[in-house]
Each structure stands twice: as C-alpha cells, then as structure tokens.
Write a protein that binds this ligand. Structure first.
Ligand code: SF4
Length: 280
C-alpha cells in the first residue's frame, strides 16, 4: 500500500523533521509550510529550530513495507521505493549524527525496498555515509536537486564522485535552464517538473525540450511528471528491479517530439523496463 502522493516514490519515510533553506529551490518549501500548519515540530523551522526525531512507531514502517515488498512487486512489477526525509535532510548537519547511525542499518535491513536519498547538500554526503557503504548499498539511490544549471554544476560534481548503485537528479522545481554535459559522467535517472502551488514560478517549455533531448542523447532515463506551462503532461516511468545496468551503451532509447516517449532494453538481462502513461 502506497503512502506517498509524490509521483516518483511509493512511500515517504521521515526519520526526523525540520530543515533549513539551502538554495532558491527551497523558497516555497512544502515541508516548511506544512510544519507551520500542522506543528509537527512546534511550527519552528530553519537554522535555529532543533530537529525532531520521529516516533519509534514511525521507524517501524519501513520494516512493514519491506515485509510486503514481494507482494508489491507482484502487483506493480517493480520494487517499492521509499523517499527518505521528504520533511528533512538526511545529510543535514543539524540532525543528530546518532540518528543517521540508526538510519543506515534500517536501510540495509530493509533490502527489498529501494531507498531514494535526495539532497541539496552533496558536499556532506561522503563523510556522513556509514563505514560499510563500500561501492554503495544495493538498495540505495543517491540524488541531488538541481533547480538550474548553477546548482547542477555545483552538486553533480560532488555526487558523481560518490559510489552509488543509481545516481539521479531532481530538476524540480525547474527554475532555469539545465543542460547535461556532452561528455563525462551523467546521472542514471532524471526527474523533471515545474513548481506547483500558489505563486509557482513559471517554467519555460524550452527548458523541458532541452532536457528531454539531453537525456535522449546521453541515455539518461527521464521521469517528467508535470509542468506548469500548460504543456501536455507526459509521465515516463522507469522501473528497475535491482541494480541499474552499468553498460549504458547497450541502451536503446528514443524520445520523440513534444510527446516524449522512452523505451528501454538496457542489457542482456533486461532488468530495466519502461512504461509510459498520462498523468491524471
Ligand atoms: S532542503 Fe528540502 S526540506 Fe529542506 S528547506 Fe529546502 S526544500 Fe525544504
């Protein structure tokens, strides 16, 4: 059973709550607004607000999802995904390091779940990973938010050097153009979307056309889940059973015109399958 409304995950798990603004992508932070309303952390937010660890009961949820993961896979054809810390920062310096020491064993234990760790603080990832991280846990995808080219350039340079089974970019909210490098390492997966909600900053459709083209050219799987530009909304889902194939060369991808589509047969073992559908 999914507990997340976010298009690209099935569950959200918050080991703690509270965070602080890092860059312009945070200006309309959903978590901050929700915290002000629901008072999860007394309504406080930001650099001077103490982070609050969530309840023991909440920490048991991933164990339950992990127990149901086989059934989920039978139903959905892929492993369940958990976006960790939608209301906080996994690599936030102000979160107690002992909480992270508890979090990573839980992640490792719940090995039938794919954990998505998305951050705007990639410069802190390496020193906060557990000692047994090695080449990356098989069930953890590491991602950075890049709302425009400046933040892509700043953050990807850190992430590209950290071992992880899948690396991804969240180009959301897209606040400016972003082009992938023509050569050198690129992420495995990219999520793109415009800002939503009141006062949403506009998205230029040309940014979307450009990033679709770059993903096509560099063999990057794309999930484009909505825009706020009045364009047709196309959803492209990628589904990986376990590890992303390392030989991107063998990918057959095609993205066509404005109505993007992508089909993949990534490797001899065909571990990755793509399906597409229209967002409602
Ligand atoms: S990093 Fe995320 S959770 Fe933290 S303030 Fe920015 S948008 Fe909000």
């Amino acid at each position: 059973m999914k507990n997340a409304k976010i298009e690209w995950t099935d569950h959200t798990f918050n080991p703690w709550i509270d965070c602080q603004h890092v860059s312009p992508g945070c200006d309309h932070c959903y978590a901050e607004a929700q915290n002000a309303f629901r008072k999860w952390n007394g309504g406080t937010w930001g650099p001077h607000a103490p982070r609050k660890q969530t309840s023991e009961e909440n920490w048991k949820n991933p164990i339950k999802w992990n127990a149901g993961a086989r059934a989920f896979k039978r139903e959905h054809g892929r492993r369940p995904r958990v976006f960790c810390a939608s209301l906080a920062g996994v690599f936030d310096k102000q979160a107690e390091s002992t909480w992270r020491h508890d979090l990573f064993p839980l992640i490792r234990e719940c090995r039938r779940l794919d954990w998505l760790l998305l951050t705007k603080r990639p410069q802190d990832i390496a020193r906060m990973l557990p000692a047994d991280w090695g080449g990356g846990y098989r069930n953890v995808w590491l991602g950075v938010t890049a709302e425009n080219q400046t933040y892509f350039d700043q953050r990807w340079k850190h992430l590209q050097n950290i071992p992880a089974i899948i690396k991804f970019i969240s180009y959301e909210p897209a606040l400016g153009p972003l082009r992938l490098p023509k050569d050198g390492p690129v992420p495995d997966w990219l999520i793109s979307g415009g800002e939503s909600g009141g006062g949403a900053r506009p998205l230029n459709p040309q940014w979307v056309r450009d990033i679709i083209k770059d993903c096509q050219n560099r063999g990057v799987a794309l999930l484009r889940h909505y825009t706020n530009s009045g364009e047709p909304t196309t959803v492209i889902r990628s589904s990986c059973s376990r590890a992303w194939p390392s030989k991107r060369r063998s990918a057959r991808t095609h993205l066509g015109r404005e109505e993007a589509w992508l089909t993949g047969s990534w490797s001899a073992s065909s571990r990755c399958v793509y399906v597409e559908g229209k967002a409602s």
